[in-house]
Design a protein around this ligand. Structure first.
Ligand SMILES: [Zn+2]
Ligand SMILES: [Zn+2]
Length: 387
């Protein structure tokens, strides 16, 4: 029977001893396996995972390893379960936890910092100085589920109480998986200064973070919000999420277009979500003097940067990692108030058993896939045979 010292459960939410869990073998190789259901410790809860979205970072981890780091090294063949954009139902409370009732629907953020380093004390727990130290003799209590500890491509996972965010009944499972993506965009805008109302913002790259970056910037009152990208179908969704203008950079020069749309001037902020090789040099030319650029994408190679232009124009560059400073909680507040409809970027749902198919849809953008979600319950397996 499932139990642990000081752990509270309820007969309304029976918990098995074992669960289905996808495990990463060699690069690119996921196997459906069985693992013990984890037991929450102090300040942790057990979340029954009801839905989990696939992120481009998951694809990166599964095929190449970084930014995941398991026991200080590559995540392959270590019985590691990836997946980090999940939501579910709290079904067990660790010792001393009374912050929420059993049965609470929640979404999660990824990083629980150690709580004892300088950055954690500043709210920058995604840059915890004890990052990844949660094994054996160096257990600092840090967790980054799906990066340094087991993640969400399974049926149950433990989460620090600070990383679970209650959601309203009206928010669907699929929408709730998108909160952390909106939270990442929120964190970027927070680090740029946060006072976005009436200021001009460009978002480059209409991936999930870019599209929700448009939505969050608009919800915060930015004016105008300009989205640049290469695919018209994605740019159209950006308009639906609040972009005042969209620019297809295949058709016109991105920097010239931004200035034309902003009254001949550079903008106050750029949120760079494309990771394109020329993205930084374009972003620093899109902002006005003293403007700020947030880098939210991982480029695949070293990129040359025009430092002289940055210095001459007093431009600020910010790298952001993930979703610090409780930005996910703030993004959830926007979403529960229906300030924007994040479900516009959710395109497909599969059963948990069909994770490899779901990953193929996300990776190859089959059928214009953007956010692909898998669910452990309530979705029939192998239902895509007709396509
Ligand atoms: Zn992600
Ligand atoms: Zn820390």
């Amino acid at each position: 029977m499932y139990q642990g010292p000081g752990v509270k459960t309820s007969p309304d939410f029976p918990i098995p001893d074992k669960m289905r869990a996808w495990v990463l073998g060699n690069p690119g190789e996921l196997k459906l396996s069985e693992k013990p259901v984890p037991v929450p410790k102090r300040a942790e809860v057990l979340v029954r995972i009801d839905a989990v979205a696939i992120c481009a970072t998951d694809l990166e981890i599964i095929d190449h390893g970084p930014p995941a780091s398991i026991r200080g090294g590559l995540p392959f063949n270590k019985n590691f379960t990836p997946g980090h954009e999940y939501m579910g139902t709290v079904v067990a409370l660790g010792p001393g936890v009374d912050e929420m009732p059993l049965g609470q629907r929640v979404t999660v953020e990824i990083h629980a910092g150690c709580g004892q380093c300088k950055r954690c004390r500043e709210g920058m727990y995604t840059s915890c100085h004890n990052y990844g130290l949660n094994y054996g003799d160096v257990d600092k209590g840090h967790r980054a589920n799906g990066f340094t500890t087991d993640g969400g491509f399974c049926e149950y996972q433990v989460n620090n109480i600070n990383t679970v965010i209650p959601i309203p009944e009206a928010m669907s499972d699929e929408e709730a998986t998108l909160v952390v993506t909106a939270g990442t965009a929120m964190y970027g805008l927070t680090e740029l200064g946060g006072l976005v109302a009436g200021e001009s913002v460009v978002v480059t790259g209409p991936g999930p973070i870019g599209l929700l970056g448009v939505a969050v910037a608009k919800a915060m009152g930015a004016q105008p919000v300009i989205l640049t990208g290469t695919r018209d179908n994605r740019l159209k969704i950006g308009k639906e999420l609040g972009a005042d203008h969209v620019v297809n950079v295949r058709n016109e020069d991105a920097v010239a277009a931004v200035k034309r749309l902003n009254g001949g001037k550079g903008v106050d902020y750029v949120v760079e979500c494309s990771g394109a090789p020329n993205a930084v040099n374009e972003a620093i030319r899109m902002v006005n003097r003293g403007g700020k650029v947030c880098l939210a994408a991982f480029p695949h190679a070293d990129t040359p940067v025009d430092v002289a232009h940055i210095v001459r124009n007093n431009i600020y560059l910010y790298g952001i990692r993930g979703e610090g400073k409780s930005a996910t909680h703030r993004a959830e507040a926007f979403m529960s108030q229906k300030r924007f409809d994040a479900t516009k970027i959710h395109t497909h749902t599969f059963a948990l058993d069909d994770l490899p198919t779901a990953i193929r849809y996300a990776k190859d953008r089959v059928d214009d896939a953007i956010k692909v979600v898998v669910k452990a319950r309530g979705v029939a397996a192998h239902q895509v045979a007709a396509e």
